[in-house]
Ligand binder design. Structure first.
Ligand SMILES: [Zn+2]
Length: 256
């Protein structure tokens, strides 16, 4: 949920939802992305949990609108518990001990969980939220963000291939039913770059369910893939690919 928006018009700075007085709950609010004039509605006005939601999702103009709406609350998570192998094995369904040990977070999108203990990041929505809250040169429990997250900003680093455990920000391009694969634009706005990655599915049912989800998403909504990536074979249209074993490897970042 976005927690910032412009009030009345796009002049000045955006306001925090929880700082807007209840007397202003019905004034005009606007998306905080530059040049976007989508109207926002203030919900739970006058409380700490106040947030904005879109009046009409279709009015937004770019993936930035969605990224601006994703909030990472660092205090909810214990950075010292973060373990990249544990996180990826858990998302890929490889670690059979995951079910029986203390998993930490519930994976809810807003990271709102009960109790007071601090949690360990191991789900894609939260991992993505953490990555986009930081600069690529920053670290999270000694792991450099540049080394685990590929998007437009560090395209140069990965343009010849993505390898190993990475999360990759993409958008939908096309399906290939014959090999149960989906071709994705990487980076998500790849105009002029002619750059794509491929995800392949082992299971027919999972492939079909993901296909129908893609049909419903808005074009500007990023699709985030967690995988163990390899370079695509020589001569391939794609430069990298990975196998999808579980739906927890795909996150459709949605506008609120
Ligand atoms: Zn917007």
């Amino acid at each position: 949920m976005p927690n910032r928006a412009y009030m009345h018009n796009k002049k000045g700075s955006p306001v925090d939802a929880n700082k807007v007085g209840i007397e202003n709950r019905n004034v005009k609010f606007l998306c905080c992305t530059e040049y976007c004039n989508a109207e926002m509605i203030l919900c739970k006005a006058g409380t700490e949990e106040a947030y904005f939601r879109s009046r009409k999702k279709q009015d937004h103009i770019s993936a930035k609108c969605i990224k601006n709406s994703i909030v990472f609350n660092p205090d909810t998570y214990d950075e010292a518990l973060f373990d990249i192998n544990f996180a990826f094995e858990s998302m890929l369904g490889r670690n059979h001990t995951v079910q029986t040990i203390d998993r930490g977070d519930t994976g809810s999108r807003k990271g709102v969980v009960g109790g007071h203990r601090r949690l360990r990041i191991h789900t894609l929505p939260i991992l993505y939220a953490m990555c986009i809250s930081k600069d690529k040169r920053e670290r999270y429990n000694r792991v450099l963000i540049d080394d685990i997250f590929a998007d437009k900003d560090n395209y140069q680093k990965y343009s010849n291939g993505i390898e190993g455990f990475k999360i990759v920000e993409t958008s939908f391009y096309y399906f290939t039913d014959a090999e149960k694969s989906i071709t994705l634009n990487y980076p998500l706005n790849n105009k002029g770059l002619n750059s794509w990655v491929k995800i392949r599915f082992e299971e027919e049912a999972l492939y079909k369910s993901q296909k129908s989800k893609l049909y419903k998403s808005l074009h500007i909504e990023p699709i985030i893939i967690a995988g163990e990536w390899t370079k695509a074979p020589e001569g391939s249209k794609h430069h990298s690919e990975c196998v999808i074993h579980k739906k927890t490897q795909i996150y459709y970042a949605e506008l609120q």
